[in-house]
Ligand binder design. Sequence first.
Ligand SMILES: Cc1ncc(CN)c(N)n1
Length: 230
Amino acid sequence: MQEKEVAEEKKIGMTETWLRKHRLQFIGATRHPMLKSIRDGTINLASFKTWLAQDYLFVRAFGPFVASVLTKARKESDDSAHDIEVISRGMASLEDEILWFKKEADKWGISLSNTVPQQANTNYIGFLENLRNENVEYIVAMTAFWAIETVYHESFSHCLEEGSKTPEEVKETCARWGNEGFGQYCQSLQNIVNRCSQKASDDELKQAELVLLRVLELEVEFWNMCYASV
Ligand SMILES: Cc1ncc(CN)c(N)n1
């Protein structure tokens, strides 16, 4: 049976089918040792600072990627008015996010202008650039977008759950992506992917699934890069 049919039979979305199938990879990305160290309060602040500076560079590259998803939504979505509204919300919050990174960098004494992307970050940014190509289908780019945001929400909300010992000075960072509003926004992205998947060809679905897996790998490599910087 095709995965599309499995999803239909179980009355779950395609994204849920993928997440069940790739559970271990998803856990690998959202429960990385660096995240565990945030949650148990043993985080090495040098690693945290590396993450902050590198993620600032990542987010600067993420904006043009989100803009490309917006363009694809306009051209290819079967509910473009709805999708444009959701994606634009994400776009708008990126400006605020960049200002937040600058403020945090000041707080931690990090010079963002002297930060150069490390290899794992360069790879991730290159992946985003490839997805901006107009030959990449909307559902494929949208799957990447949903996965990238969801991994952060899952990761950081876990660091704020009851019983966590996340240090006070890192809590604001966790709340940025771990808050409920961000979770609802991720759910809206997920709903778009699920809706698009109902009309997608098997080939498009395969490509979208591979993109999800690649995002999970790149997220692990991104955390590894910061973790190794001590
Ligand atoms: C590496 C990474 N992944 C995801 C996100 C969430 N936009 C982020 N800021 N950085």
